[in-house]
Design a protein around this ligand. Sequence first.
Ligand code: ADP
Length: 461
Amino acid sequence: MQIRLFRQTRTWLALWYAVVMGLILTLCGFVVYEVIVDAYLVSIKRELESVTGTLHNVIEPNLKQPGRIEPIFQQVLLNTCVIESGCPTQTIFGHKQRTLAEDDIISTIHRDKQYYIRFIDSSGRLIAVVGFLPDKLPPTVQTKVWQTVKDPQGNRYNQKSLPLHTQDNQVWGYIQVGRSLKELDNRLAALKLVLALGLPITVLLVGGSSWWLAGLAMRRIDRSYKQMQQFTSDASHELRTPLTAINATVETVLDTEHLSLAEARDTLASIQRQNYRLAELVGDLLLLSRLDQQELTTQWEPCCLNILINDLIEEFSALASAASLQLTSSVLCHQPLYVMGDEDQLLRLLSNLIANAIKYTRAGGYVTVILKRNNGHAVIEVQDTGIGIALGEQKRIFNRFYRVNSDRSRTTGGSGLGLAIATAIVQAHGGSLHVQSEVGKGSTFIVQLPLTVTPLLNSNR
Ligand code: ADP
């Protein structure tokens, strides 16, 4: 069920990602295409404008009669095909005196086979052509300055038309300069092909990589989901034990016909013990959940570790002597060490470590709490000469509900949350907790907490 859900989510994620990326890329491709077309057309139009303007300026002052070809045409434009005299009869006249810029433009027209120039009289009749043969393009004489025309083969031309006037200001006809768009169309066709092929390939790649990335993300979610499931099942299991015990006790009492006062007291004491265990467990779970949500970081204040350790040694001395252990502390720094934090949580952290050290050390052993300073950190070591922890277990003991030997630890009363709570508290205070241990020789739990920048010297608590 869970695997199917993750697989479905992964597929959906990959699909949606590919679709969204596909849309974005299509839009980008469209914009890029339009920008490129526009850039080409602008440069072509600019070229056409300058060619048409130059020819117009050179030819117009020499026009005498509407629609009549003057020698200036041949002087300016070599190889002019005059329709009436029958193409391709062409006369080459000597060059007219032209400016350098005019010379440049006109020689470009002759050199570049992409241009054509047409002269059309006011009734729309083609008079002369330079470049293309007259039957190739329809003599479209329009008052429209800019036109895009097509020849019978489907080739496109961008064309500019300007009216020409005679010296006595009569309409002579029109000059039309056109430029082939074949090269542009070829390039745009190639660009379209690249976009049309590239887009699906890119979308496929995006889909594939997002499938892979979603898999990576899912793996982490899957891991924490499993941890959550494990946690829930462990918590239920732990809660069920005292509840079952209470239930069994109550059932036994209900089955008993005559209950003496002593028996009733025993029963209530047993129920109270299980209740206490339940309350403790629920309290631990609540604390862990609050630490996870970082809800308990509001009441931070400077806490003096020297005082905390002294208080704890005093508090645990009775328990230690009951277990025939020697509990001592050793402060290896001259000044009191302060950390910013929640005093109750810090007490909980250290008492969990000290309680464990006492729990897992045999009679006659030693438990020592050492306080020192190292690189801007306060270091608290809880050393014991107890049973020790095997190397393979040393990482796992910090997991929630983990106990090295469940049966043994259960008899000592632990639920396996002590070190998990300690770790959560240390992390909430920006510190670290790790263990060094050897089986049969003892363990040292080392807590590092960042010291406050300006330690308060007020130690009379
Ligand atoms: P518990 O409540 O069972 O003590 P903890 O989270 O405090 O749970 O500890 C997890 C396990 O780590 C314990 O079951 C115990 O086996 C091991 N452990 C913790 N502290 C010590 C220690 N000082 N010496 C040996 N084993 C320890």
